[in-house]
Design a protein around this ligand. Structure first.
Ligand code: GDP
Length: 702
């Protein structure tokens, strides 16, 4: 039968780790009593060591789940005693003073605002001198609320005790012999949940403080009968000698006391006295209680197991996962997704992107150097106006073209094109890092972005220098083949047509916004006159003196209030788009003219075609070197960094944490673990059925 308790204690611990469901609880002995009733002394007498927090005002603030594990001597060797706090992971403590200190610290860690905590401390003690028992030490009932022990403390402790004294637990009600049992909060609480006293044992402490006859009459239990009886103890040391093992002295004091009153306690054979008797009694009671719980608990575990097995089948189709497999799958998927994404960085795609950027630059250069030039119409008039001779105007426009080409080639193409591609890579990584499953793994996502940024930072400088170096020849001379010229010219036509379409669309939008074309025309001519007036005024002012110059922020003339300011702004934009449209249309005509079609010899008069050819060459060269210096390197390093930075420095604990960050995986693991544990418990329970062959009822006494 000894074996049974031990096994069931193990099973009880496993069940506690599965969940706190009442149906899955095996009984434990719950120790309750008022403060100073001698509760700690009794527990320490059972364990044989002083290990509970002591001192003024030192109230137990958390339940202690105390599991005693008997370690028998093996081959004549007596195993050493030690304690363990499984929840803390601080290893074996063979010095009981260390256990006491740890418990004190854990108690003090409960904020005084909370008074008591429901979170139990798990303590296991392994010793050849203890029986297999599970005891739960609860905070002592407070009888008189004092200044530093507020009323709420009293209530909280009572509530906590109520929670633990529920079935199937056995109640150990500690009462001091020198206090009337009628006033014992422990007995009162027990009577509420166990009116017949079927699962309550009374422990009467401080037997030495009352006359032996009085003590004996309490133990007889006639006033408050308990089915499991009362045990009388003397748990306090008589001598005040400072010593390491006060409990040993206590034990001697106890046997001295009961020995010297053998006449009273020995005579009535039904009286139970002494700590040893108490231990035996507790073992018997726990054993029989566990034995009788066995059937119920087996059924309950069976039910839970069936449910868990069913759910596992239905929800996960019996697919088992492990944190390791999840991590491995996640990393494989990351690499795969990355590989898919690299398709977006094929050379033609990069070249097209760079070309787009350079075409924008071409437009900027044209706007800056050509469209605002007062002589710009010359370029367009060439074909129609016979008075304009190409030779006359060529030097001016040749100079312009050189300036434009240099503006384009020296605009920092190396840096801009490298950054454009690097930005593309960065947003690719960002999109991976913010998408499932990395949205569940913020720390991994952070590392991912961190190391990819690091690779990029490393490569950006080298790449942009290399690109800049390779486009250097174009800064001096660009040779254009007729085929290239035609392609450039066609592309320029296309770009201008797009630009025209864009301007027209904007104009239409404005037209709609202000309420029609006529209204817009009115607005535009109004703004133009306003601007004329303003110009005149400014020039007058500057002629008069320097006095008021710079003070052009004059209030608008009164008439301006005819239109709301927002519409005047729209009109300004409309004027800008109209002006641009007329330039664009002129240039389109020129680009389509015979002169431009003729070939590269017309470059001076068709700068758009020429600059487009240059842009194309720049894009081609940049793409080539960005590919070598940035993309190839990045694509090579990235998967390797995943292995070395995301994977290899994870220990088991971190792998589990990582996997559990994903709620889907967490639920899967939880259910799987629950099922596994229930299976294990079921196996253990089944192996007990042989032990249960001859159940013994617990006798009232031995
Ligand atoms: P707790 O507050 O219920 O844990 O009570 P303690 O175990 O700390 O005991 C309260 C006080 O009663 C302490 O001073 C103990 O030394 C004393 N005490 C405990 N048991 C006995 C006993 O059997 N006889 C005597 N005389 N004193 C005891």
């Amino acid at each position: 039968l000894m074996h049974l308790t031990r096994k069931l204690i193990e099973i009880r611990t496993m069940l506690l780790s599965i969940d706190q469901n009442d149906a899955l609880k095996l009984p434990s002995i719950v120790v309750i009593g008022s403060q100073s009733s001698g509760k700690s002394s009794v527990l320490e007498a059972i364990v044989g060591h002083e290990f509970l927090p002591k001192g003024n005002n030192m109230v137990t603030r958390r339940p202690i789940e105390l599991t005693l594990i008997h370690t028998p001597a093996k081959d004549g060797k007596v195993p050493s005693e030690y304690g363990e706090f499984p929840g803390l992971g601080i290893g074996k403590l063979s010095n009981f003073a260390d256990i006491q200190r740890t418990l004190t610290d854990l108690n003090l860690a409960v904020p005084s605002s909370e008074a008591v905590s429901n979170d139990p401390i798990d303590l296991r003690i392994y010793s050849p001198n203890v029986p297999d028992l599970t005891l739960i030490d609860l905070p002592g009932y407070v009888q008189i609320a004092s200044l530093d022990q507020p009323e709420t403390l009293k209530e909280k402790i009572a509530a906590l005790c109520d929670k633990y004294i529920r079935e199937p637990n056995i109640i150990l009600a500690v009462c001091a012999a020198d206090v009337d049992l009628a006033n014992s909060p422990a007995l009162r609480a027990s009577r509420k949940v166990d009116p017949l006293g079927l699962r309550t044992i009374g422990v009467i402490t401080k037997m030495d403080l009352v006359p032996p006859e009085q003590g004996a009459s309490i133990l007889a239990g006639n006033r408050y009968p308990l089915h499991l009886g009362y045990v009388g103890v003397v748990a306090k040391s008589h001598g005040k000698k400072p010593t390491n093992d006060t409990t040993e002295i206590a034990r001697r004091g106890e046997s001295d006391y009961f020995g010297s009153h053998r006449d009273v306690f020995g005579a009535q054979s039904s009286l139970m006295v002494g700590t040893d008797t108490l231990r035996r009694r507790l073992m018997e009671v726990l054993e029989s209680s566990m034995a009788s719980s066995l059937h119920g608990i087996t059924n309950a575990v069976q039910l839970e197991l069936e449910e868990a097995t069913y759910q596992f089948k239905v929800q996960y189709n019996d697919r088992r996962i492990s944190p390791e497999s999840y991590v491995a799958e996640t990393m494989d998927m990351l690499k795969l997704r990355f590989k898919d994404f690299t398709q977006q960085f094929k050379r033609p795609i990069i070249r097209a992107k760079l070309k787009g950027m350079l075409e924008d630059k071409v437009m900027d250069v044209l706007e800056q150097l050509y469209w605002l030039d007062k002589r710009a119409p010359e370029l367009g008039d060439l074909g129609s106006d016979p008075k304009v001779k190409p030779e006359d105007i060529e030097p001016y426009w040749r100079h312009k073209l050189e300036a434009a080409a240099s503006l384009l080639t020296k605009s920092g193409v190396g840096r801009d094109s490298t950054l454009l591609v690097a930005d593309g890579l960065r947003s690719l990584i960002d999109s991976i890092a913010t998408a499932e499953p990395f949205n569940f793994h913020p720390r991994a996502a952070e590392r991912l972005t961190e190391f990819s940024h690091m690779i990029l930072r490393d490569r950006i400088g080298v790449t942009s220098d290399q690109v800049e170096n390779c486009i250097k020849p174009y800064k001096y001379d660009v040779e254009v083949e007729p085929r290239e010229w035609e392609a450039g010219r066609e592309r320029a036509v296309q770009l201008f047509e797009d630009e025209v379409a864009m301007c027209e669309m904007k104009l239409n939008e404005i037209k709609k916004k202000v309420g029609g074309g006529r209204r817009l025309n009115g607005l535009m001519s109004y703004v133009k006159t306003l601007e004329e007036q303003q110009k005149e005024k400014n020039s007058k002012v500057s002629q008069n003196d320097g006095e008021q110059r710079g003070d052009s922020e004059e209030p608008l003339p009164l008439e301006s209030y005819r239109y709301p300011p927002a519409q005047l702004m729209d009109a300004r934009y409309a004027i800008m788009y109209t002006d641009r449209l007329s330039v664009l249309k002129l240039r389109l005509m020129a680009l389509k003219s015979k002169r431009c079609r003729a070939g590269p010899q017309s470059e001076v008069f068709c700068p758009e075609a020429f600059l487009n050819v240059v842009a194309d060459k720049l894009a081609y060269t940049s793409a080539m070197f960005i590919n070598i210096e940035l993309l190839d390197q990045f694509f090579y390093q990235f998967p390797r960094e995943i292995d070395s930075r995301l994977l290899y420095d994870l220990d088991r604990k971190e792998i589990v944490e990582f996997a559990r960050e994903n709620p889907v995986v967490r639920r899967h693991l939880d259910l799987q673990e629950r099922k596994d544990k229930l299976e294990e418990v079921m196996k253990q329970l089944n192996s007990l059925s042989t032990l249960r062959a001859d159940p013994q009822p617990a006798p009232r006494r031995n």
